[in-house]
Each structure stands twice: as C-alpha cells, then as structure tokens.
Design a protein around this ligand. Structure first.
Ligand SMILES: NC(=O)c1ccc[n+]([C@@H]2O[C@H](COP(=O)([O-])OP(=O)(O)OC[C@H]3O[C@@H](n4cnc5c(N)ncnc54)[C@H](OP(=O)(O)O)[C@@H]3O)[C@@H](O)[C@H]2O)c1
Length: 263
C-alpha cells in the first residue's frame, strides 16, 4: 500500500488496546495516518500506546463503549488531539459467549448497548464532525460472519450484531450526499483473545483439549488457517481510506472462505 495515500489521515479506532482494533490502528499508523485509539482499561491502553507510538502519532482515550458520556469523550478528544476525524473504525469488545438459553435479560441489554446503541450514537456524533469539516469521510464497522450464518455458542453476537448491517446500509444512503462512505467488515476467525476464549469454550463443551478445539476451528476454514489481525487490517484500511472511493454500504467478509451462503 502506498504511504502517501494515508499521510495525515485522522483516524479513530475504538476497542484497540489489543486484537483486531490494535491491528487496525497499527496498519493505519504504518501508512502514515494519525490515530486515536480507545479501550476501557487504562493499563491495557497505556501498553498499546507505548507499542504504537514507535510507528507514528497516536493518542489514547480511556472509555467504556457502553457509556454515552464516554462516547462523547472519544469524539471530543479526537477533535482536540487530531483536529478532526476523517475515518472512524468501530470495533467493540465481545459480548460473553454462550447459547441462547444461557443468556439473561441483563446479557441482552448489555450486548444491545455495545453492538446497537453505541455504534449508532458514535456514528451520529462522528457524522456531525465530518459534515462540519465539509470534506467527506469514512466509517468502517466491525461485525462478524455470525450475522449471516449464526454460530450456536455466541447467541448474543448472532442477534445483536445484525444491527450493524442495518446501520451500515442506513448510514451509507443518508450520508452519501455528504461524501461520507460507510462500510462493514465480517471477520471469520481472527487470532486474538476472543478466538482463544471461543476455543476454550468449545473444548469445555466437547470435552476435548484446547489444542484440539483450536484445530477444529481451523479445519472449518477453507484456506486452512486462522488469520492474524494484520491480515484483517488490510481490508479495514482499504475501506477506511481513499483506496475504495466507490464502495459504500458494503459488508465485506474477511473469513478465509468460511461463509457458505451465496448472498
Ligand atoms: N477474533 C475473532 O475471530 C472475531 C471474529 C468476528 C468478530 N469479532 C469481534 O470483533 C471485536 C474485537 O474482537 P477481538 O478479537 O479483537 O477481541 P479482543 O482481542 O478480546 O479485544 C477486544 C478489545 O476490546 C476492548 N474492550 C472490551 N470491552 C470494551 C468496552 N466496554 N469499551 C471499550 N473497549 C472495550 C478491549 O480492551 P480493554 O480490555 O483494554 O478495554 C480490547 O482492546 C469483538 O466484538 C469480537 O466479538 C472477533
């Protein structure tokens, strides 16, 4: 990828102290962007900032994505530190794994806040900033292949993340006249703590070892392996930059061929 293309781009990546968000922030920094990252744990955020600051200009803001005032703080800090926002990448923490019958009312409330209300509210705040700037913008929302083909042991994610697809299509149409493109990414299995937890959960349910469970997940993937966050980040950077000028309203699977359905 050409560095010149992202030089000076002002990017906000949420839930980025590790995993997919961290990988996305790293990829934008490597291409010359200026980045603000967020996570809910100050120690984790500090560790991530230490690592990322070797690559370029990066700031951090501690905030729980389920809390409205913290979302406001993320936007305000981005405007203060970066001078504005050109690209938003919404990554969230994970709702707890489990089957449908294992989940309580409070679990559904929590997951709805994280995967429906918060991305919508943050998008609204960021859209206002981008419209005021008057030079368009890009938003990229992380969802999951589970919104197309539900995974039995992550009921909350299967249901609540579908809202991301509705949000992407709605925003893409409404914001297109303002030059703001809005897209989503559907990761399959990506090598992070989340996949470790899923493999542990699978091992416990099936009475097999963690290693066997991890191999079982790998065997599901036609390309034969679980991708790194860096590999996923290439698609996020593509959608979050001018490398995809005519793409809006798309939900792109990055799954090694995991999805079977045609549409
Ligand atoms: N890995 C996969 O295979 C995969 C596939 C499809 C979808 N996804 C989804 O993609 C998202 C990221 O997954 P990941 O694999 O990168 O997970 P991860 O490695 O566990 O990282 C999760 C990140 O979210 C942050 N976080 C957690 N709760 C937060 C909150 N309330 N507010 C702000 N930040 C919060 C964590 O930082 P702190 O602990 O410092 O707050 C961490 O940086 C999740 O929603 C996951 O379900 C993952």
């Amino acid at each position: 990828m050409a560095s010149v293309c992202l030089s000076g781009l002002r990017v906000v990546v949420t839930a980025a102290s590790r995993g997919i968000g961290f990988g996305a922030a790293k990829a934008f920094l490597e291409e010359g962007a200026r980045v603000l990252i967020n996570s809910s744990n100050s120690k984790n955020l500090e560790r991530a900032l230490n690592e990322l600051s070797a690559l370029g200009e990066v700031y951090g803001v501690v905030g729980d994505l389920r809390v409205k005032e913290h979302l406001d703080k993320i936007v305000d800090e981005a405007v203060n530190k970066l001078g504005g926002i050109d690209t938003l990448v919404y990554v969230a923490g994970s709702p707890s794994p489990g089957t449908f019958l294992e989940k309580s009312y409070e679990d559904w409330e929590d997951a709805t806040r994280l995967l429906t209300i918060s991305p919508a509210y943050l998008a609204r705040r960021v859209a206002e900033v981008m419209i005021k700037q008057g030079k368009g913008g890009r938003m990229v929302f992380l969802a999951s292949v589970s919104i197309k083909e539900p995974i039995p042991t992550i009921a909350l994610s299967n249901v609540c993340r579908i809202a991301i697809a509705g949000l992407v299509r709605t925003l893409a149409r409404e914001l297109a006249p303002k030059g703001i493109r809005v897209n989503g990414v559907l990761p399959g299995y990506i090598k992070t703590q989340r996949v470790e937890h899923l493999a542990k959960d699978l091992a416990r349910r099936k009475g097999i070892s963690y290693e066997e469970a991890y191999k079982e997940l790998e065997r599901e993937v036609p390309l034969g392996y679980i991708a790194t966050p860096d590999e996923l980040a290439k698609t996020i950077v593509f959608l979050g930059s001018d490398m995809s000028p005519y793409v809006t309203g798309a939900m792109i699977p990055v799954d090694g061929g995991l999805l079977r359905s045609v549409f």
